[in-house]
Design a binder for this molecule. Structure first.
Ligand code: UDX
Length: 447
């Protein structure tokens, strides 16, 4: 089939590449001339495992092309996806101006001779956006064009987006138009995944409800971690025990510094605002947000408790991205942590496997943050190490090397990556989340 995707961000580009991979002909449209030029030159502007290879392969095969022209996308795609940003506004509600603009541009490019087209919302949008897209296209399109509107929320995770798209747990799409649904079924047929077909409003709600539920799981386990700290329990054991119940499951029960990224913070906020606008104050989700924000405060309290005054303390920070396997630093708790410690006068040196360039560009840290040469170099002379992102290289760190470089061997692990006993046995003082503090064996104190 022929399809077009308007917007080549994380979601648009990865979705386009994966549709091409299963054999469809894909036109990716973006109004950012520089970005399209980069893609035409064979460069992928984001770091996402496997994506660059997939793009190169499908461009060579002639199934994937890039353009800045929406009119070209509308001409070439029987199905036209909208995958543009839906950023949050001050009050938490969603800014839909990019969606509205693209809906208008699509309308103005539609022609009766193209035949039936489906316009699909891929961006995360509030319920009832599909209706508004339909109204807008109807208002601005020339007489005689035929189209349907569908919602097809995306569940990909950054860092494993290609795999999530090619082997999804489920595919959800909704429309109130049978012709649109028939085309969507054909489009997703090659994926061999369970498909749930709904009305358009339910499909829109599924995205916000799913992400808010996952955020709720994280805040729940972080709240239980606080009880563990107060009672002597171990959150890792508690999470394991809870997670063995199939009805609950172990995933998204990792206690730590809380959730960040471009989705959860924004989507929880949006769902609260959407519910409020519909007359239901979603207080449960307000608590989810509150617990998440205070995880960082509690963690910093722990650091201050040991280091007393942060001013002029040399702190090594491992992790800048909002999670592992990505270069994305949007709403990263690690960046917030760096900002807070620097504001208190700490001398912070950071390292991240993929996030240094993005942190320099988007971290709002100016020259106040120093970047280490590598993971171990940033430990030289440090009073403490803070682990803020769950990269596997941190979990597998060489503790001997680490200890030999630090001024005082003290670790605050905000992601529970290390084994407390192993660390303490190396003579390193160790604090994590929801687990008792682990102090070095007496014989090795001060060694
Ligand atoms: C999320 C959803 O998982 C995905 O389905 C949706 O399409 C977009 O939003 P993403 O933002 O890429 O994906 O990251 P995810 O892996 O879900 O992690 C989000 C945040 O939660 C990260 O900051 C991560 O560190 C944190 N997290 C995750 C925890 O603190 N504990 C956990 O157990 C899991």
């Amino acid at each position: 089939m022929k399809l077009s995707i308007i917007g080549t961000g994380y979601v648009g580009l990865t979705t386009g590449a994966c549709f091409a991979e299963v054999g469809h002909e894909v036109t990716c449209v973006d109004n950012n001339v520089e970005k399209v030029q980069m893609l035409l030159d064979g460069k992928v502007p984001i770091y996402e495992p496997g994506l660059a290879e997939l793009v190169a392969k499908n461009v060579t095969a002639g199934r994937l092309k890039f353009t800045t022209s929406t009119a070209e996308g509308v001409r070439d795609g029987d199905v036209i996806f909208i995958a543009v940003p839906t950023p949050p506004q001050e009050d938490g509600s969603v800014d839909l101006s990019f969606i509205e603009k693209v809906a208008r541009e699509i309308a103005e490019s539609l022609k009766p001779e193209y035949g039936y087209r489906v316009i699909v919302d891929k961006s995360t949008v509030p319920v009832k956006t599909g209706q508004k897209v339909g109204d807008t296209v109807r208002r601005y399109a020339p007489a005689g064009v035929e189209f349907g509107v569908a919602s097809n929320p995306e569940f990909l995770r950054e860092g494993c987006a290609v795999e999530d798209l090619l082997k999804p747990d489920r595919i959800v799409f909704g429309s109130n138009d049978e012709r649109a649904l028939a085309l969507m079924r054909r489009l997703y047929d090659p994926f061999n995944a369970p498909i749930l077909v709904t009305d358009i409003e339910s499909a829109e709600l599924i995205k916000h409800a799913a992400n808010s539920f996952l955020a709720l799981k994280i805040s729940y386990i972080n709240a239980v971690a606080r009880i563990c700290e107060k009672s002597g329990g171990d959150i890792e054991k508690v999470a394991e025990g809870i997670g063995m119940d199939k009805r609950i499951g172990r995933s998204f029960l990792n206690a730590g510094l809380g959730y960040g990224g471009s989705c959860f913070p924004k989507d929880v906020k949006a769902f609260i605002a959407i519910s409020e606008s519909l007359g239901y104050p979603f207080d449960l989700l307000k608590q989810v947000e509150h617990i998440n924000a205070s995880q960082l405060d509690l963690f910093l309290d722990k650091v201050r408790e040991k280091l007393w005054v942060l001013r002029e303390k040399k702190i090594a920070l491992w992790g800048l991205t909002f999670k592992q396997n990505t270069d994305d630093v949007r709403e990263s708790v690690a960046i917030k942590l760096a900002q807070r410690m620097i504001a208190e006068g700490a001398d912070v040196t950071a390292w991240d496997p993929q996030g240094v360039t993005t942190a320099r560009r988007f971290g709002n840290l100016g020259d106040s943050l120093t970047y280490g040469e590598d993971m171990y170099a940033c430990l030289d002379g440090a009073d403490a190490l803070i682990i803020a992102t769950e990269w596997p290289e941190f979990a597998n760190a060489d503790l001997n090397e680490l200890k030999s470089r630090m001024r005082s061997p003290l670790i605050f692990d905000g992601r529970n990556l290390l084994d407390p006993q192993t660390v303490a046995a190396q003579g390193i003082e160790y604090y994590s989340v929801g687990r008792a503090a682990h102090l070095p064996e007496p014989a090795s104190v001060g060694s």
